[in-house]
Design a protein. Structure first.
Length: 430
């Protein structure tokens, strides 16, 4: 049965969010059916929420547990022992025994898309990526390409979840059972054997269409929730927040934005400057977000500075702090084409080279900053977009920075978040 709003939903791409069971709406006919909220991604990158009937899920049966235990785990990349690495685990669904090569190809393309996005790009060499070769009896997922198509797959993935066409759900318990075969799981991604644009977010994992080139952005947004502990920065018009100060780092009830005081006024990769913009965490009024339009509001945008810092904190807490330098040319702190030294006092900042900028071709920028011990110095790369200097990449304290950009004018900003002393900046231009 088609409901009002289904025309909109057919052009939307969907994904799930927090799964708190909600009482059925007053308009529900008769039975009080539990519902849950799901995120709905539109083709223009914006996000909204819808309420769907709670999806029933049986526990993983003994046969599933046994099948999971027998599945093969391979590394897409292994950079070191899991004790000092962030471990991403990818499981697949709807891939038969003869399609393990296709699963690997899909998993690699999703990881590449995540790894190209800041701050994952900075930590690429501090992350292990495990692929669990989950074998399904049949190829593809349910309700794809059309409703009513049923397939026997290991994780029970299906589109049209809750009646929403491109919401890609699965059996979360089974997915976790398979993911547990990897040495460690700091984040779990489930890829489905489908070319249809779609995905979903669960408390413990994200799903994404393995064969769709754009769907990876959904996973990057969901990892913002599950890894960075970030709140959404979009809102439902006509709603007001009345609760206490949220625990998430990127929303606040304080209209001055003092929660992220040290960032106020800085230009942010998603455009504009960090401030306190009304609306976020699903509510239009009574709550504020750090920037106009970050990845937590529009999946086509980068994280804002607050989101970057939260993601870096979460990833680096698993990797021992400082990212491993990129092994590529110019990736390490030494050996760059160009290097500058200077000194800063606490809270100070400077642009390099020498208060000016440099001209670069299209390609990848590599940089590294070393500061005095005990200090927290950060490095940002800014791009002249014709109107203003826009921050396009930021490193962690003492970390490396890589950025793949268009040709044009760039400058590095070295900033002391805390501490003072001398620094060395090295960079290589494309
Ligand atoms: Zn979200």
């Amino acid at each position: 049965m088609r409901r009002r709003g289904s025309i909109f939903l057919t052009v939307a791409v969907l994904c799930a969010a927090g799964l708190a069971a909600m009482p059925a709406g007053a308009a529900a006919a008769g039975t009080a059916q539990p519902t849950e909220w799901r995120e709905v991604f539109s083709p223009d990158g914006t996000v909204t929420r819808v309420e769907i009937p709670k999806q029933a899920e049986g526990p993983a049966a003994f046969a599933d547990v046994r099948a999971a235990a027998a599945s093969e785990v391979t590394a897409l990349q292994e950079t070191g022992p899991s004790a000092s690495r962030f471990d991403v685990v990818i499981v697949g669904d709807g891939y038969t025994a003869s399609e393990m090569g296709l699963l690997r190809q899909h998993a690699q393309s999703k990881w590449n898309e995540i790894a190209d996005t800041a701050p994952w790009n900075t930590y690429r060499q501090s992350i292990n990526v495990w692929l669990v070769n989950v074998v399904s009896n049949e190829s593809g997922v349910d309700n794809d390409p059309s409703q009513g198509v049923n397939r026997d797959t290991a994780l029970d993935m299906y589109f049209n979840c809750g009646g929403i066409e491109r919401l890609l759900c699965l059996n979360e318990s089974k997915a976790k059972e398979y993911a547990a075969q990897a040495p460690e799981a700091d984040a779990i991604l489930a890829v489905g054997n489908s070319a249809t644009y779609g995905g979903a977010g669960y408390p413990s994992l994200a799903t994404v269409s393995g064969g769709n080139a754009q769907a990876g952005r959904i996973a990057i947004h969901e990892l913002g929730h599950s890894v960075g502990g970030l709140a959404d920065e979009y809102y439902t018009p006509g709603t007001a927040y009345t609760g206490g100060e949220p625990k998430e780092p990127n929303v606040t009830t304080d209209p001055s934005g003092s929660k992220w005081a040290s960032y106020l006024g800085l230009s942010t990769p998603d455009g504009g400057v960090i401030g306190a913009y009304q609306g976020g965490h699903q509510y239009e009024r009574g709550i504020y977000r750090p920037s106009q339009d970050s990845l937590m509001r529009n999946i086509d945008k980068p994280f804002n500075l607050i989101g970057l810092a939260a993601m870096e904190g979460a990833i680096s807490s698993r990797t021992g702090g400082t990212p491993n330098p990129d092994p590529g040319p110019g990736g390490a702190c030494t050996g760059h084409e160009t290097s500058y030294t200077g000194s800063l006092t606490g809270g100070g900042s400077v642009y390099e080279p020498d208060g000016g900028s440099f001209d670069a071709g299209a390609g990848t920028h590599h940089a590294c900053l070393s500061g005095p011990s005990g200090s927290n110095f950060s490095l940002s790369l800014l791009y002249w977009n014709g109107t203003t200097w826009q921050t396009v990449a930021i490193s962690g304290s003492g970390g490396t920075l890589t950025y793949n950009g268009v040709g044009g004018y760039y400058t590095y900003q070295v900033r002391s978040v805390s501490g003072s002393g001398s620094y060395t900046l090295g960079y290589t231009t494309p």
